[in-house]
Design a protein around this ligand. Structure first.
Ligand code: SF4
Length: 214
């Protein structure tokens, strides 16, 4: 990244970290994906039960390889051993008992809020309650000024891109923008705003300067 642009992104991250900490989330900055992985290797004990919400960020950062390394008990949401919807839902419910739950966030505001949308709610609900630790990985591209910009970011960018990636039959996969569809495939059925936390540092937000995911 260009050093001047990098400067702007670093300042954004600084503001977001300060506000997230004020909201009792553990927020940190990592120079590189390698530095992030090094920290996680120290932080997450071998044998931990790990779940994760589907995320391009986790793949792009190499986190999925780490999670699936065999050193942990990984709750495989889409496991080949699962043939029915009922079995898949049962596996998703196991996430609530994870030691660590990894995900990204659709947007993070400079004033300390996480903003997420979801279709079934299985990605966002373990963030709210259940797992002992929630680790959110985000590139600086996820930072916006406030909740208004967060909603705009999701409707104009993140949700259409995710709907396309997941091969959903929604209005946005044709136009690239949200039309507030009423499709059974809709991926924005719930909106979750995460602010001040009752349990300090349960949610940890780890930033990377580079753009990761969408
Ligand atoms: S509400 Fe429908 S059209 Fe709008 S972003 Fe979500 S899935 Fe796409």
């Amino acid at each position: 990244m260009d050093e001047y642009l990098g400067f702007v992104y670093e300042k954004r991250i600084e503001r977001a970290i300060k506000s997230l900490k004020a909201n009792r989330m553990d927020a940190r900055y990592f120079e590189s994906k390698e530095a992030l992985l090094d920290e996680l290797k120290i932080m997450v004990p071998k044998g931990s039960v790990i779940g994760c919400g589907g995320s391009v960020t986790l793949v792009e950062t190499g986190l999925m390889k780490f999670i699936k390394s065999g050193e942990f008990h990984y709750i495989e949401r889409e496991g080949k051993d699962l043939s029915t919807e009922e079995e898949k839902f049962a596996r998703m419910r196991e996430m609530y008992f994870a030691d660590y739950y990894f995900m990204s966030s659709n947007a993070i505001t400079e004033d300390g809020y996480l903003y997420n949308v979801d279709g079934r709610g299985n990605r966002v609900s373990p963030m709210i309650f259940g797992p002992k630790n929630v680790i959110i990985i985000a590139g600086s591209n996820k930072i916006v000024k406030n909740l208004e910009e967060a909603k705009e970011r999701v409707k104009a960018l993140a949700a259409p891109a995710n709907a396309k990636r997941l091969k959903k039959d929604t209005g946005c996969i044709k136009t690239g923008v949200c039309c507030d569809c009423k499709s059974p495939d809709r991926i924005c059925c719930v909106e979750v705003i995460t602010g001040y936390q009752r349990f300090p540092d349960r949610i940890k937000v780890f930033f990377l300067k580079d753009s990761v995911g969408y």
